[in-house]
Unconditional design. Structure first.
Length: 187
């Protein structure tokens, strides 16, 4: 049986639970595109994937809470082996740059997966690896039944990071896919 990867393209196309905006881009649009490309790469390597937002206008839930619950419940019901939630970061200062990941607890399978993804993402994009952090309060990390990683791919508030995510989404998809495949021993 194929390994099942649930790809959560964070946020909704419109409120409730719409994402951050910066430099003329919307988080929900960037993560949608990168998630689509990531699914294609993983499927081409024999993995089974499911997207939280299979279409650009897919709207999950009627509030932030029900949007998050819909993603987690779908992944749990599907029996995903791993959960990857894609996001863009934002900061007050436009110079903040790079990728970071959040997991429920450090020293776990999810933590090792996150480290592998960040390493390969840095190789693919050239953006700094800001590290893996424990964030047990995040709903998608504490309510999933499988190892889960919330990935902040780059800063939408940084003009370079934002343009790279928008104009070269395949770099992010390839980096994330290579991190997953390396972790699984397929790459």
């Amino acid at each position: 049986m194929a390994i099942k990867i649930y790809i959560d393209q964070g946020h909704n196309p419109v409120n409730p639970n719409a994402g951050a905006e910066g430099n003329g881009y919307r988080e929900q649009d960037l993560v949608y595109e990168i998630g689509q490309r990531l699914a294609e790469i993983l499927q081409a390597n024999g993995l089974e994937t499911r997207l939280s937002r299979p279409f650009p206008d897919t709207q999950l839930g009627t509030s932030t809470a029900t949007s998050l619950a819909a993603r987690v419940n779908d992944a749990n019901a599907w029996g995903a082996d791993y959960f990857i939630s894609l996001h863009t970061n934002a900061a007050v200062t436009p110079t903040a740059s790079g990728s970071e990941a959040y997991v429920f607890r450090l020293g776990t399978t999810a933590s090792a997966l996150a480290q592998s993804i960040l390493l390969q993402l840095q190789y693919a994009t050239g953006l700094p690896n800001r590290g893996v952090f424990a964030r047990p309060t995040l709903y998608v990390l504490r309510r999933t039944r499988m190892p889960a990683v919330l990935l902040e791919m780059g800063f939408i508030s940084n003009p370079y990071d934002a343009a790279l995510m928008a104009e070269q989404p395949w770099l992010f998809a390839n980096g994330i896919a290579n991190g997953i495949l390396a972790f699984l021993g397929i790459l």
